[in-house]
Design a protein around this ligand. Structure first.
Ligand code: ADP
Ligand code: ZN
Length: 513
């Protein structure tokens, strides 16, 4: 790297050296080479286009999907004396921005893809020297990605109209297939791919079945100092969790899109400054927040995908000190996610979404190293054990529950696939009660075929079968076959699960969550 670049790094950004692949990426962009940088959250993607934007002649165009992200970025670069602006529906200084742009007074111009792809915008930038075009959150261009945005597809003609301008695509979340697709969609050659290692060795991963969340959270917080984020699936839940945490004596706030903007800003600011506050938030929280000393991230339910999980847990421990990630899941989370896929997702995208959810299920269910599964998903080739996840630290015993799984599947089948796990357990137990009788289920071949040991495993097995899509639960808990049921019933596939913690501890009763 030339001395000039080092100087810009130090003078403008205040950094002594590049981190990881930043040097590679910046060097490529300075040399005008098209590049896709895949770097985990916190690895410092912004610098990869901000530095060349300062060091090269002209204005850098930054395509970004979210106005809030653009404004965060602009605020942060302006503090370094960089000249930046955005052209969005939320900006009322349009004329001023256009004037600065035409006068060559902008280092960075942020726009959303919808605007970038209009003819008017094209005409505007044709008359301006461009230093580079950066495409942030580039996975949005891919249908394989978890956040496909059709407008990103329309960027290609724009890029191709400026072949002399270096293009730099950036993303934190791309598995191998999405990555390959981004290259194709944005016209970047294979050798333009730069990948940073995805491992976050200081984050310790823990996964638990949800088993009375308030209690689980309480014991987590009792042994967990420092600031933390608890992600919850709904606004209501964030508020309830914040109250629960506050009642336990820890300062806590809620954060979600339904709060008044001033309250949201106040809660965020309080969290960023604090050393032990807990924010109970929807996933809207965290984007663009720069708090290096978040000590833990807990999920009160499953995240949207394994990519989101990686990104959300990645907000912990950016300072490199030890940090914890906790995930509390239930079969109902998976059942709901499956129902959403089958009813709300366009049919042609369903197979891909199912696969994504299966990847998350595998991560959640494994008795092996969590980090290894996570990193393999991102195309890394990690060692088999990491020594810093729940399964590596305290390897769970495993049980082959194939027989119980087959009995449960048979019971679901014989009862016409509309009863929940409680009823199926009663049938398998041979519980001759009124409800069982009223359906004539006491006469079925599956009536009373499970012994006490097997019955104790019915719920964890149901959970495992739902997670891996062998059973699907309707909104009332009624269980029917999913695509993975057949191979298990036919004995072609074994079901092995970690011995459920409640059983390992002995006496504790499982309470519904
Ligand atoms: P990403 O967008 O990849 O999540 P950011 O661009 O927000 O990451 O950078 C994360 C943090 O790392 C920021 O606080 C940034 O100032 C810091 N950072 C970036 N590059 C360097 C560097 N070379 N040296 C030290 N800190 C850096
Ligand atoms: Zn591990």
């Amino acid at each position: 790297m030339t001395g000039d670049i080092q100087q810009v790094l130090k003078r403008t950004f205040g950094f002594d050296s590049f981190r990881g692949v930043q040097a590679d990426v910046v060097e490529r962009v300075m040399a005008g080479k098209p590049t896709l940088a895949v770097m985990p959250t916190g690895a410092g993607k912004s610098l990869c286009y901000q530095l060349p934007a300062v060091a090269r002649e002209g204005t850098a165009l930054v395509i970004s999907p979210l106005i809030a992200l653009m404004h965060d970025q602009i605020r942060s670069v302006e503090a370094s004396g960089i000249r930046a602006a955005s052209l969005t529906s939320a900006d009322d200084n349009r004329e001023q921005t256009l004037a600065s742009l035409r006068a060559g007074d902008l280092d960075l111009l942020y726009v959303a893809p919808e605007r970038a792809t209009t003819d008017g915008f094209r005409r505007l930038i044709e008359r301006i020297p461009l230093s580079l075009i950066a495409i942030d959150e580039a996975h949005c261009v891919s249908e394989w990605g978890h956040d496909f945005r059709p407008d990103y597809r329309l960027l290609r003609p724009l890029l191709d109209a400026f072949t002399n301008v270096p293009r730099l695509a950036l993303t934190a979340t791309a598995d191998a297939r999405t990555r390959a697709d981004i290259l194709v969609q944005l016209g970047i050659p294979d050798d333009g791919l730069v990948i940073a290692g995805f491992d976050r060795p200081n984050i310790r991963y823990h996964v638990r079945p949800r088993d009375g969340l308030p209690g689980q959270l309480k014991s987590l917080l009792a042994s967990q100092p420092g600031a933390g984020i608890v992600y919850a699936p709904s606004r209501d839940q964030t508020e309830r969790l914040a109250e629960t945490v506050a009642a336990g004596g820890r300062s806590a706030v809620a954060y979600h899109a339904g709060l008044e903007p001033q309250i949201r800003a106040r809660n965020q600011a309080a969290f960023v400054q604090s050393e032990d506050m807990v924010v109970a938030a929807t996933v809207a929280f965290g984007m663009g927040i720069d708090k290096p000393d978040v000590r833990f991230v807990a999920h009160a339910g499953i995240p949207k995908s394994i990519e989101s999980y990686y990104q959300e847990t990645g907000r912990a421990g950016r300072d490199g000190d030890p940090a914890e990630a906790w995930l509390f899941w239930s079969a109902e989370d998976f059942a709901r996610a499956r129902r959403r896929i089958e009813t709300e997702v366009e049919p042609e995208r369903r197979p891909d979404e199912r696969e994504r959810l299966n990847a998350l299920a595998a991560f959640v269910e494994t008795a092996e190293c969590r980090r290894a599964i996570l990193l393999r998903h991102f195309g890394d080739d990690p060692p088999a054990t990491c020594g810093n996840c729940d399964n590596c630290i305290d390897p769970p015993a495993t049980v082959d529950v194939t027989e119980v799984a087959r009995k449960l599947l048979s019971a679901a089948f014989r009862t016409e696939m509309r009863f929940g796990v409680a009823h199926l357990a009663q049938v398998l137990a041979g519980d001759d009660n009124e409800k069982v009788r009223s359906f004539g289920h006491h006469r079925l071949s599956v009536f009373g075929i499970a012994d006490a040991d097997e019955l104790a495993l019915v719920r964890p097995v149901a959970r495992a079968l739902i997670a891996r899509d062998a059973l699907r639960a309707d909104a009332y808990g009624g269980l029917s076959f999913g695509p993975a049921a057949r191979a298990i019933l036919k004995g072609e596939e074994h079901v092995v699960i970690a011995v459920p913690p409640a059983r390992k501890r002995g006496s504790r009763r499982r309470t519904p969550d």
